[in-house]
Structures are given as C-alpha cells and as structure tokens.
Design a protein around this ligand. Structure first.
Ligand code: 13P
Length: 287
C-alpha cells in the first residue's frame, strides 16, 4: 500500500523503533524489499537516489514500476516511495511522477537559501499529501555523486529547518555513506542528543546505515532516530552472492545463464539483509 512516510515515522518515533529506507536499483531490488516487508509485516521506505532514478530511465518509470509491483504482489504493509538526497529540480520531477515522499537535500546551500527552498517544497509536498525530509549538516562520503564533508549538524539550524514543517529531519552526526573507514570515530551521540532536544518530537533520520554497529543503532533509536537508510550493504551482499554463483561455474551448468537464475542468489541475499535490518531496527509486526 503506497503511502506518505509521515504516519509510519511518527509511530516509529513514539514506539522507539525505526523504519528502514532501502535504496532500490532495479526490479530485483524492489521486489526483494517489498516481499520482505510484507513477510515481516513491517512498514518500509523505498529510497531512490537521483542516479538510480536516471539508471532506471527516469522517476516516471520508477513510480510506475513500484505502483504496479505493489498491486501485483498484493502488498498490504505501508510503503513509501521516497526521493533520496533530492535536488530542487529532482523534487519537482518526483512529485510529478507520483512519489509519495521526497527529500530535499539543501545542506550544501547557505542556511537562508536552504530555508527558502525547503519552505517552498514543504508547501507543495503537503498540498499534495506527500511527506518531506530535509537535511542539516552534510552526511560524509559519496553517494551517487552526492559528496558530503561529514560535518555534525548545528542543533539551532536543525530547529530552524524543523520549524518549517518538514516531516522528518536528517542531521549529520558523523555518519558517512558507504563503508566506514577503519579510523571512523563513531556516531556523535552528543550531537544527536542536542538535535533531539532541539527539535522535540520530530522523527530523525540516520543516513549511512551500512556498517553501523548494532549497539550504536539501538542508542540512535533511543535518541529519536526513526528512519535508517541502508544502501551499500545490500549492494555488497548482492555482488558477493552473484560472484559466488559465477565462480562456482553455475552459469555454465544447464540453463544457469538464465538471468532469472543468475540473479536469484543476489535477490535472496538482499531479502536476508533487509530482514536482518528490519529485525535490528524493531519494525517487524509494526505495519
Ligand atoms: P549507505 O550506503 O552507507 O548504507 O547509506 C545509505 C543512505 O544513507 C542513503 O541516503
């Protein structure tokens, strides 16, 4: 069931669990995430970066595929189709294409410009029943060409953006997209605590979910995180399972080259990873 992410995240925030945002890349990814959410009776957010949208030939294609798949698979759990790290133009394209949620990443603009653009997009999104996420303090690392320095968010700026009426807020707390380097200092719970106190009951978003140790995830949820984004980890298990299949020569046995067989181990690996994360985040049976 396609819905905005507002209600599922407010419920998560109140219930002290988090809803996973799993970024999708193609049909296999989408099907794996939807079926796992349905199996576990969990709400879920499908994240689409601008790069992944382009790869899938445009946001219109993505929205059409997700809507049709949701219906054809008989998905009854709440599913939000969300633009990840959207540009100003990208937000409008997704609104037009039929997404149910957008993220406007204005973190690289001076705060005044971030405020002006976010205000406009909040009004447009809410007028159409979509949820909207904003970001303060850039998430480190690189995701699909979006590069961030990884600075911690200023709680005062978080409050300013939260007061514009966004539905959930991504605050940089030392988190990084991609695999964490060996010398990573960990999440700044001091920053998270200050942001949480500054923004009141607003659900917070933790980007860069790949590789964050379980105890840090649990502490982050305790301090107000209600949405956790995972992308790289699904890519890694998909690649590893596919490599295993090919290295075992299975593509050369019988009709093992059939793409439906070749992609099956990767598909299963994504399902298992999504299940592991949903159990860790506590969203199972919360649909
Ligand atoms: P990872 O790729 O590190 O899991 O980050 C995902 C993310 O934050 C998407 O916005």
């Amino acid at each position: 069931m396609l819905v905005s992410a507002t209600e599922m995240l407010n419920k998560a925030r109140d219930g002290k669990y988090a809803v996973g945002q799993f970024n999708i890349n193609n049909l296999e990814w989408t099907k794996a995430v939807l079926l796992t959410a349905q199996k576990l009776n969990s709400p879920v957010i499908l994240g689409v970066s601008e790069g992944a949208g382009k790869y899938m030939t445009g946001f219109k294609t993505v929205a059409a595929m997700v809507k049709a798949m949701d219906e054809c698979l008989g998905i009854t759990v709440p599913v939000a189709l969300h633009l990840d790290h959207g540009t100003y133009d990208g937000c409008y394209k997704c609104i037009k294409a039929g997404f149910t949620s957008i993220m406007f990443d204005g973190s690289h603009f001076p705060i005044d410009e971030n405020i002006a653009k976010t205000t406009e997009l909040v009004n447009v999104a809410h007028g159409l029943g979509l949820s909207i996420e904003a970001e303060v303090g850039a998430i480190g690392g690189e995701e699909d060409g979006v590069i961030g320095k990884g600075e911690c968010a200023d709680p005062k700026e978080c409050k300013m953006i939260a007061d514009l009426g966004v539905d959930f807020l991504a605050a940089g707390i030392g988190n990084i997209h991609g695999v964490y380097p060996a010398n990573w200092e960990g999440l700044s719970f001091e920053t998270l605590d200050a942001v949480n106190k500054a923004v009141g009951a607003m659900p917070l978003v933790l980007h860069g979910g790949t590789g964050i140790p379980d105890d840090m995830i649990k502490k982050a949820i305790f301090l107000g995180v209600a949405k956790i984004n995972v992308n790289t980890e699904c890519q890694l298990v998909f690649a590893e399972a596919t490599r295993g299949y090919i290295e075992a020569g299975k593509d050369k046995q019988g009709k093992g080259f059939d793409p439906r067989k070749l992609l099956a181990p990767g598909f299963d690996a994504i399902c298992a990873k999504v299940e592991e994360k949903m159990r860790l985040f506590g969203s199972v049976d919360k649909a």
